[in-house]
Ligand binder design. Structure first.
Ligand SMILES: Nc1ncnc2c1ncn2[C@@H]1O[C@H](COP(=O)(O)OP(=O)(O)O)[C@@H](O)[C@H]1O
Ligand SMILES: [Mg+2]
Length: 309
């Protein structure tokens, strides 16, 4: 493990790709080699990491895992339609300002503008919080689901990230003494602008292949027997090849395993699948498509694949 630039001895970032993989694996996060590589590079070069992929493939989780593994504070900016700079950086506490004005009036004093627009009356939002020094070292700033915001917000963000600073009109510019570790995620409901992507290291988080998804399931639902885990993963992998409105993510695989365990299921059957399909498919059209004889047929092909493997 090597030391990140400008840090004291408390927080260490991994020195190699292998060390990055181990760091994540120790927290139960099973990363592909390619993902471990971009995470390593992002830490080493201090570049924001842009993760794009379908819902439930482990994008948000990587930021949480990294913060935990490095002992950093996790600061999350959940994006939504209409999110503006003020709600992302800081807002003035008007109620407290009013109280201060009234209190001054009662004691016969006047309040000036300078008295009211100070840090005491500022409500810190994620982007400002991420610029502040933290005890364990620079925080991990998760900018989650950036595809939900609009282009003006992206442009604003680009500036904040490239300068590692935010500006509050009444107060001035606040610069991070050490830039945060930035992870952006997108579910790709729209394309994010090139300019923002260019600032970042990019990685497409794909559905894991059978072996890695099995490892993930073993890490997240260790109480499941190996034979059942294999059936679950093989069935979900098979489902992803079907023509569905929304394919199940890894999150659904784990949820489904937990449901089956709660029902004391030891092996899949068409009936069990039909009863628990709501854990993996979230659209009625998809459920209808897979229920009944289709579930039976898929299970048969899955069993055949598992025995021939
Ligand atoms: N590679 C992985 N290793 C361990 N757990 C994973 C992995 N990928 C996904 N998960 C699990 O799936 C869940 C959903 O992942 P999440 O990060 O919320 O997906 P996304 O942000 O891509 O929609 C997580 O809580 C985690 O338990
Ligand atoms: Mg997410």
């Amino acid at each position: 493990m090597g030391r990140a630039k400008g840090e004291c001895c408390v927080t260490l970032v991994p020195a190699t790709i292998d060390a990055t993989e181990t760091l994540l694996a120790d927290q139960g996060y099973v990363a592909s080699r390619a993902l471990a590589t971009v995470v390593f590079l992002s830490l080493k070069l201090g570049r924001p990491l842009f993760l794009e992929g379908e819902a439930g493939v482990g994008k948000t989780e990587i930021a949480k895992t990294l913060a935990h593994a490095l002992g950093r504070r996790l600061i999350r900016l959940q994006c939504y339609e209409g999110l503006d700079a003020a709600s992302a950086v800081a807002e003035w506490n008007f109620a407290a300002q009013m109280v201060a004005i009234r209190a001054a009036e009662t004691s016969g004093n006047a309040t000036s503008r300078a008295d009211l627009f100070t840090e005491d009356f500022l409500i810190e939002r994620p982007l400002l919080a991420a610029m502040r020094p933290q005890p364990g070292g620079a925080p991990v700033l998760l900018i989650d689901e950036i595809d939900r915001t609009d282009e003006p917000f992206e442009a604003f963000l680009l500036e904040a990230l490239s300068e590692a600073q935010v500006t509050i009109p009444e107060l001035g510019t606040i610069r991070a003494p050490e830039p945060p570790i930035v992870i952006l995620t997108s579910n790709r409901t729209r394309e994010v602008h090139d300019a923002l992507k260019r600032r970042c290291l990019y990685h497409w988080v794909d559905y894991p292949a059978f072996g890695r998804e099995l490892q993930i399931l073993q890490a997240r639902a260790p109480e499941a027997q190996e034979a059942l885990s294999r059936e679950i993963v093989a069935f979900v992998q098979r489902l992803r090849r079907e023509d569905l409105f929304k394919r199940p993510g890894v999150a659904e695989t784990i949820d489904w395993a937990k449901c089956l365990l709660a029902l004391d299921v030891i092996s899949l059957s068409p009936e069990v699948i039909a009863d628990t399909l709501g854990a993996i498919l979230k659209y009625q059209d998809d459920i209808q498509k897979i229920q009944g004889s289709e579930a039976k047929r898929l299970l048969e092909t899955v069993r055949a694949e598992l025995t021939s493997a």
